[in-house]
Design a protein. Structure first.
Length: 80
């Protein structure tokens, strides 16, 4: 069981992450994402921003946990 076998859990977790990373965005989403990037950055390749994890349960009325799982700082350029 992956709940008691840490090695198996790591292998399953890697397989899931690999599947996610190897799956391209839908074309419509990619087009809109790039359009919004250009709008916010003004098209500058030196504009930097932060990328944080987010989930519906991360923000509560009196607390926020956004970015608790993953945070990337100083992401520069659309391809990053």
């Amino acid at each position: 069981s992956i709940y008691t076998d840490v090695d198996k859990l790591m292998k399953v977790g890697k397989a899931v992450r690999d599947k996610i990373m190897d799956t391209p965005f839908q074309k419509e989403f990619e087009t809109e994402l790039e359009a919004q990037w250009r709008r916010v950055s003004g098209g500058s390749d030196t504009f930097t921003f932060a990328v944080r994890s987010s989930a519906t349960a991360e923000d509560l009325p009196d607390a926020s946990f956004a970015g608790q799982q993953e945070t990337y700082l100083n992401v520069m350029g659309y391809e990053d």
